[in-house]
Design a protein around this ligand. Structure first.
Ligand SMILES: Nc1ncnc2c1ncn2[C@@H]1O[C@H](COP(=O)(O)OP(=O)(O)O)[C@@H](O)[C@H]1O
Ligand SMILES: [Mg+2]
Length: 147
């Protein structure tokens, strides 16, 4: 069954300033979806790594953020899209410590560990799309619920 999707937001990733907006948008969208602070921070951290890859390795692109709702479940899906050089060997790129850019090589692998669903689609010469999806777990915070 497909998740029913609300409206998708599309944010450019073409500069360091854009990275800050993208992080801020994800923090806000995650809070609105009902993610707790720890879950929000995991999503923002993964976003930070993936959006930076879009900018640095992909030559810029955009993020699509879609709030998800499936029955009572709430979630958030984020796609990082570029039309850059692509990734020839995605499995190698996902390896801890692998970097073609002199980085730490922990961005992709780290982001994957922070979220529930992670997909990387890339074709050399045509670009890269990384999509992460997270669902709200646990019960609503007592501070916002009934006493
Ligand atoms: N959007 C992208 N476009 C092209 N190559 C990418 C992209 N994202 C990641 N890569 C490749 O995967 C490698 C690993 O990425 P990552 O784990 O974030 O490490 P780092 O960014 O520190 O190099 C990068 O060095 C790069 O070769
Ligand atoms: Mg990186």
């Amino acid at each position: 069954m497909h998740a029913r999707t609300a409206s998708t937001s599309r944010l450019p990733i073409t500069s360091d300033a854009d990275l800050a907006w993208v992080r801020q948008h994800v923090r806000q969208a995650a809070a609105e979806a009902g993610f707790n602070l720890v879950q929000q921070t995991k999503l923002v951290t993964a976003t930070s790594e993936l959006a930076r890859n879009t900018l640095v390795h992909g030559g810029g692109g955009h993020m699509e953020a879609t709030p998800l709702r499936e029955g009572v479940a709430r979630g958030l899906r984020l796609s990082f899209v570029d039309s850059g050089p692509g990734i020839r060997d995605p499995e190698q790129a996902m390896t801890d410590g692998y970097s073609t850019g002199g980085g730490l090589g922990m961005g992709l692998s780290g982001a994957k560990r922070l979220v529930q669903e992670f997909t990387l689609e890339s074709s050399p010469g045509h670009g890269t799309t990384v999509t992460i999806t997270d669902w709200v777990s646990g019960v609503p915070s007592p501070r916002t619920g009934a006493p």
